[in-house]
Design a protein around this ligand. Structure first.
Ligand code: ADP
Length: 352
């Protein structure tokens, strides 16, 4: 079919031709017989023209109709441009391509919105469940105390300690929730700068000693770098510390008394643009089937065990992953149930 522009140009030409024809007939109409013929010819011409216009309009509108959207079973707009049986004019073909692209984008936006909505409601469900457990526990302890246990020296202090533990859990959970929402919304400001990682890791190991010693765990730092050699990284000190606290705290929490935890610094290739920090423990380990989901929010291997400890929010590793990625690094884990785990993350040596 010719383009709309060609059709638009042809229409007035056809009209002019018709007017000229009718004019010729009118001149000829000085002859009475010809006059009657001219009138009937004009009427017939108008009829033919009207029918032709109708047919032509229908022909033009059909591809446009086929471009119109329909609503599918899920309420999404669907464009039928590809189902057209006739070849539409060039402008309509261009329009159909644009509409297809809009429809495709709309489909992708819808899918992303649905996914976001699913994740959001799943997250809300998890949060309310996690909050409810310590709140109910605190309520339970207070009510038991009020019902008379407060005067029983055999249990009153124990109940108060337990209530305090649950309040601590609530506090940890809220802090982690604030952190994760700030990281995910991009609100958490990172303060990147260059610093030497070796003294930083040594100081950190010393800071964590009391926690490890409380469980009779040996905690030490090893770096496969020259003793007085600087190992500079481009990172946010506070956030790297948060990652390490999470990993070492977990290593202590999921180790039996008397184990060992090693913080390793790997910088084997000085020309490489990143280095690796590993936290290796001899703890309970993690079975292989849990490893792929370990960095998901609220994912726990042993739900009962993690919930009974005061710090276990199930958000620690998700936060660690976010922070590592904000540093343009990667985090991974290798582990064997009953033998121990090794968490490793990379940091960049140069500004990114
Ligand atoms: P939690 O607050 O429960 O420790 P995390 O996100 O820090 O949450 O860890 C998720 C789960 O991964 C934990 O519940 C635990 O089952 C497992 N985990 C993490 N670190 C270790 C480790 N070093 N050894 C064994 N299991 C671990």
């Amino acid at each position: 079919m010719p383009s709309l522009r060609v059709q638009a140009a042809a229409f007035p030409i056809i009209l002019v031709c018709i007017v000229l024809l009718v004019g010729d007939l009118a001149i000829a109409s000085w002859v009475p017989l010809l006059l009657a013929t001219a009138v009937w010819a004009s009427i017939a011409l108008v009829l033919v023209l009207s029918l032709a216009s109708l047919w032509h309009a229908g022909h033009l509108i059909r591809p446009i109709r086929q471009l119109m959207p329909t609503v599918d079973t899920q309420g999404h707009l669907e464009f039928r441009s590809t189902t057209t049986a006739i070849t539409p004019p060039e402008e309509l073909r261009a329009l159909s391509i644009v509409i297809d692209q809009i429809a495709e984008k709309q489909r992708r936006d819808d899918q992303a919105r649905e996914k976001l909505e699913r994740v959001r409601s799943e997250f809300l469900g998890n949060v309310s469940h996690e909050l409810r457990t310590p709140i109910f526990a605190v309520q339970g302890f207070i009510e038991t105390l009020l019902d008379g246990a407060v005067d029983d020296p055999a249990v009153n202090r124990d109940f108060l300690f337990r209530a305090r533990l649950q309040a601590e859990r609530l506090n940890n959970l809220l802090n982690d929730l604030i952190d994760i929402s700030r990281i995910e919304s991009g609100e958490m400001r990172m303060s990147f700068r260059m610093f030497d990682l070796q003294p930083f890791l040594r100081d950190f190991t010393n800071e964590m000693q009391p926690l490890a010693r409380a469980k009779n765990i040996e905690l030490y730092f090893t770096g496969n770098v020259l003793p007085h050699h600087e190992v500079n990284v481009y990172a946010d000190k506070e956030r790297v510390k948060q990652v390490l606290i999470n990993l070492v705290d977990n290593a202590i929490k999921y180790s039996e008394n008397g184990g060992s935890i090693k913080i390793e610094l790997h910088n084997a290739d000085p020309t490489h643009d990143e280095l690796t920090v590993r936290v290796v423990d001899t703890g309970v380990g993690i079975a292989a089937e849990h490893l792929p989901r370990l960095f998901e929010r609220f994912y726990r291997v042993d739900k009962g065990r993690a919930r009974s400890s005061p710090g276990g929010t199930g958000l620690g590793l998700a936060i660690v992953k976010h922070i590592t990625e904000a540093h343009h690094g990667r985090i991974s884990v290798t582990s064997e149930a009953g033998k121990g785990s090794a968490f490793q993350f990379t940091l960049r040596k140069e500004p990114f």
